[in-house]
Design a protein around this ligand. Structure first.
Ligand code: EPU
Length: 345
């Protein structure tokens, strides 16, 4: 039936999360249309099960089996909405692959997302953590997010200013946005290139490639190369990218730490606060490459926790908590976990 979601009972989620941890869902629903999404929500209400939406599963850690209906929105489609001034508007459905979408925008002559190349996951998940990399954040390009309000089943549109975007954060990550099931995102991209080259690693990569006059495509290629070198491919080694946010601390705290540790990378955040490189702090505590059973810290980047094979979500969480305690004891800095933890009581 066209409007019925595809349902599986006691579904294995191992292949649906980029950490590759084993966990089950009471029910799994795949929905390729809005009618199927609504059908899945109806079923969950009938069965009195909470709904847990999963996009590409690349920014979650499933800590335990989920007594929930896990919903996979698989809506597809990229729609070009026209140009106004120097902006080209495009709407992408939640189930589109993020990286393929970025490549499609460049091919169509719409620019700005090139620094966000190769981020795993789906378009619909991108606003939740306000994905960012190499000097660019998704929020800079969002016009509005379209969603279904799970309480009423009605479609709604949240304008960018109401999305509560902040560093790796948004309304959709917080309890007050938990009822919103994202179905599409509308973007305003640049019709002519406006390159963001401030990030040292990108400049170095372009230089190493002999690029004198960078283009959006050259930045895209450079970012792909850097990410492939530094971050593990989830298809090979389970992970969810950065496991902690880069912490914000009062400026004075950052200055004191810098006195004691001159190599500590410190970035200005706002007039009163500075952002520290969590990867450096964890590395300095000696965790890079560390392994406890199959839960580990990536050899090339201490901010990335990995699953060497059969780690469970709880094993990875336990390792993360030991790292948090160590960084706090050594530097007095609290690290906040970045991916969403699912299955926590
Ligand atoms: N560093 C170390 N040791 C390490 C890792 C990093 O000393 O093991 C140092 C680096 O040398 C560098 C600094 O820490 O001086 C920052 O490292 P990097 O440039 O790799 O960036 P990051 O701050 O660790 C952030 C994002 C990444 C994003 C990159 C590039 C967060 C939480 N992470 O990482 O996003 O790709 O910048 O812009 O903000 C993600 O969110 O999943 C993600 C990968």
């Amino acid at each position: 039936m066209h409007g019925a979601a595809e349902l599986t009972a006691e579904a294995d989620l191992s292949a649906l999360n980029s950490f590759g941890v084993r966990a089950s869902a009471a029910w799994l629903a795949r929905a390729g249309t809005e009618a199927q999404l609504l059908d899945a929500l109806d079923r969950a209400a009938q069965w009195q099960l909470p709904v847990q939406v999963l996009g590409g599963g690349s920014n979650v850690l499933i800590v335990d089996d989920l007594d929930a209906l896990v919903l996979l929105p698989q809506l597809r489609g990229i729609e070009w909405l026209g140009a106004a001034g120097n902006r080209t508007h495009v709407r992408a459905a939640a189930g589109e692959n993020w990286h393929a979408f970025v490549a499609a925008t460049l091919a169509a002559g719409a620019f700005g997302l090139e620094n966000l190349a190769l981020i795993p996951g789906h378009v619909g998940a991108a606003p939740i953590q306000n994905i960012g990399a190499y000097g660019v954040e998704l929020a800079q390009f969002v016009v509005a997010v379209e969603a279904i309000d799970q309480r009423s089943g009605l479609a709604c549109r949240i304008e960018a200013r109401d999305c509560g975007f902040a560093y790796r954060d948004s309304l959709f990550k917080r309890p007050e946005g938990a009822h919103l099931l994202i179905t599409a995102v509308e973007f305003a991209l640049h019709s002519t290139p406006e390159l963001v080259l401030g990030y040292a690693g990108v400049n170095e990569e372009l230089y190493a490639r002999g690029v004198d006059h960078p283009t959006p495509q050259a930045i895209f290629d450079a970012v792909v190369a850097i990410r492939q070198r530094k971050l593990p491919d989830p298809a090979v080694l389970g992970n969810a990218g950065s496991f902690f946010k880069n912490p914000w601390v009062p400026r004075q705290t950052a200055e004191d730490l810098k006195q004691r540790y001159p190599e500590l990378p410190v970035y200005p955040a706002n007039p009163g606060a500075s952002k520290l490189a969590a990867g450096w702090l964890i590395d300095a505590c000696g965790w890079r490459g560390h392994r406890e059973g199959d839960a580990g810290v990536h050899q090339q980047h201490a901010l990335v926790l990995v699953n060497h094979g059969h780690a469970r979500g709880a094993d990875i969480l336990r390792l993360a908590q030991r790292i948090q305690a160590d960084v706090e004891a050594r530097f007095g800095v609290e690290l906040e976990i970045e991916p969403r933890l699912l299955g926590m009581q």
